[in-house]
Ligand binder design. Structure first.
Ligand code: NAP
Length: 549
């Protein structure tokens, strides 16, 4: 196959003038590029990094891998890619996923349409001619009709609010900025700060060879076994035959994963049946325990408490020192109320002589970190001298990457200001006052298994652009009423979901960032099927809930 979009006659358009600019060359940006090029549009991706892959380019920390089944993560829209690409592990490690995205870029000759080293700093809508000016960090500017963000919800790493980080004389890194050349921690004294999904993967891997590992934990998480394993050629051939069924299953689930909730309620079964089901999920690969549990597990506190009790027993059973086990048991949220980290021997790490867990909770017995010193990490109790500090402290999630760009809509209106109290969107794809700005994986979409949810949005947007092209429409914009209705709908449908009752990036909490201490529903938790139904209904009505010119 030749380059897609080759039918576009570029000679007639001035350089740096585009039909669409896409921000970000991650899994979604690359798909958006493919589908807009296919429409014959002149398109470019602007990407801050020096390679493609997005989160799978940046997050090269040891142990980084999918928590979604590999074959549920890839693009479903290209039979050729499905036929040619072999996943080698059920939960793909970061290097393979990065390779996969590069494979797709090369397969469709899209590299020329991706400009690396180009961090977008400013995007300004021009009222006069209804186009956007986009500026990157070296001052170069671009002119475009559509400004499409594919920046990803977990794009901007967040360092902790802590004194002394720069003072430390050893090596240090954030997990999402892991040096390409690697970090040699074998035999060294290492501190890992943070125990979210990233920390859990990093700690498990680093503990294998570090001389001494200190884990600084401010809040424990409920973690469940991933049960990763290799995929043989023969197994991959069978998986390939099952692709239609796999994608269908994902499309039926609330968050795009292969796991759908059990139709039974937690209290509708006997204690023995419940225990057996929990055991089965705990012993099964992937997110089943989180996404494929009893149907009320993430909505009913009593139901959730029973799973929480089960998981508590598991931690106590796996960690030998009862005092350490107690520290690893969350007390501020039930199981699944935070995005569940999947692990491969995480709890056993704390049985190793080279690993020490430091409880940084502000609770009695906890010793919070006070500062980073020249030689290590100082808590209220003592200083831990180390050679390397790894910050697994998460992201300025969902809106962080938007806030980093000075986005100005009609009459110079600032998106940053507009979203100060939380995002306001229409369907998570459009914002009133920002014509022709379209978002992929923006706030208020269903997210979950990102490529599955976003693939729908990308194809939906491609059909919208096609419609606009065919009808000769110049502008699309959400209406004020549309934004109000959707934002209220996101809040209303999210009210009973237990994830929205806990502090995490999913509810916009980040105490390292000024003003981010109030819960905001960041994602649509009404379910991916319901989200798709809504979008398809609007498409059927020729997008009449948008303002079009
Ligand atoms: P995270 O879940 O936000 O966790 C950040 C960790 O850093 C938390 O333990 C947090 O403690 C701690 N922390 C932050 N600031 C601190 C401070 N000032 N002092 C002490 N501790 C501090 O971030 P993440 O682990 O990077 O994960 C984010 C998301 O990325 C995940 O939820 C998941 O969606 C995604 N992810 C996916 C995969 C995968 O697909 N396999 C892997 C990794 C991550 P508190 O809890 O007390 O705030």
């Amino acid at each position: 196959m030749g380059s897609i979009g080759e039918q576009h006659d570029r000679s007639k358009v001035p350089p740096n003038t585009y039909d669409a600019l896409i921000i970000g060359a991650g899994i979604n940006g690359v798909a958006m590029l493919y589908h807009t090029l296919k429409l014959g549009m002149k398109v470019k991706i602007l990407e801050a990094g020096d390679g493609v892959g997005g989160v799978w380019f940046w997050n090269r920390y040891p142990g980084a891998r999918f928590d979604s089944e590999s074959y549920s993560y890839g693009y479903s829209w290209s039979q050729e890619v499905l036929d040619e690409w072999d996943w080698t592990e059920h939960f793909s490690p970061q290097p393979q996923t990065e390779k996969y995205i590069n494979f797709v870029v090369d397969k469709f000759n899209m590299r020329d349409q991706i400009q690396l080293h180009s961090r977008v700093t400013k995007a300004t809508y021009r009222d006069a001619d209804k186009r956007w000016t986009v500026e990157i960090d070296n001052g170069e500017t671009f002119d475009t009709k559509f400004f499409i963000t594919a920046v990803g919800p977990l794009n901007k790493p967040c360092m902790p609010k802590m004194d002394g980080i720069e003072r430390f004389k050893g090596q240090w890194t954030h997990t999402a900025r892991w040096p390409k050349e690697g970090l040699d921690y074998a035999g060294k004294r290492v501190a890992v700060i943070g125990t979210g999904a990233t920390g859990v993967q990093t700690i498990t891997e680093v503990a294998k060879t570090a001389g001494q590992l200190y884990v600084f934990q401010r809040r424990p998480n409920w973690c469940a076994p991933l049960h990763n394993s290799p995929i043989s050629k023969e197994e991959m051939a069978k998986i390939r035959q099952r692709y239609p069924e796999i994608f269908k299953r994902c499309s039926q689930s609330i968050a795009g994963f292969m796991h759908t909730p059990d139709s039974r309620g937690t209290l509708e079964v006997t204690d023995e049946e419940r225990e057996a089901f929990y055991e089965h999920l705990y012993a099964s690969p992937g997110f089943g325990i989180w996404q494929g549990n009893f149907r009320d597990m993430l909505y009913d506190q009593d139901a959730n408490n029973l799973l929480t009790e089960f998981m508590t027993k598991k931690i106590r059973g796996r960690v030998h020192d009862p005092k350490v086990a107690e520290k690893l048991i969350p007390t501020d949220h039930g199981c699944g109320a935070l995005r569940m980290p999947m692990e491969s021997g995480y709890y056993e790490v704390y049985n190793q002589p080279n690993v020490e867990l430091i409880d940084n909770t502000p609770n009695p017995g906890g010793t919070p970190i006070t500062t980073v010193t020249e030689t290590g990490v100082q808590t209220t109790a003592k200083e831990y001298e180390v050679d390397i500090i790894i910050y697994a402290t998460g992201f300025d999630a969902v809106t962080g990457a938007f806030n980093d760009i000075d986005i100005r809509g009609k009459a110079g209106r600032s998106l940053r200001e507009y979203w100060k109290e939380g995002p306001h969107t229409y369907l998570g794809v459009s914002v009133e006052g920002f014509p022709n700005m379209l978002m992929v994986a923006g706030p208020h979409t269903s997210l979950g298994n990102i490529p599955r949810s976003c693939e729908f949005t990308i194809l939906w947007l491609a059909r919208l652009l096609d419609h606009m092209n065919k009808k000769g429409l110049g502008c699309i914009e959400a209406t004020r009423q549309g934004v109000k209705n959707w934002t209220n709908h996101v809040k209303a449908t999210g009210r009973d979901h237990l994830v929205n009752h806990a502090d995490s990036w999913l509810t916009g909490i980040n105490r390292n960032i000024e003003g981010r201490d109030r819960r905001v529903i960041m994602r649509y938790t009404g379910g991916a099927p319901e989200y798709r139904e809504k979008c398809e209904e609007i498409e059927g009505r020729r997008y009449d809930t948008f303002a079009m010119e």
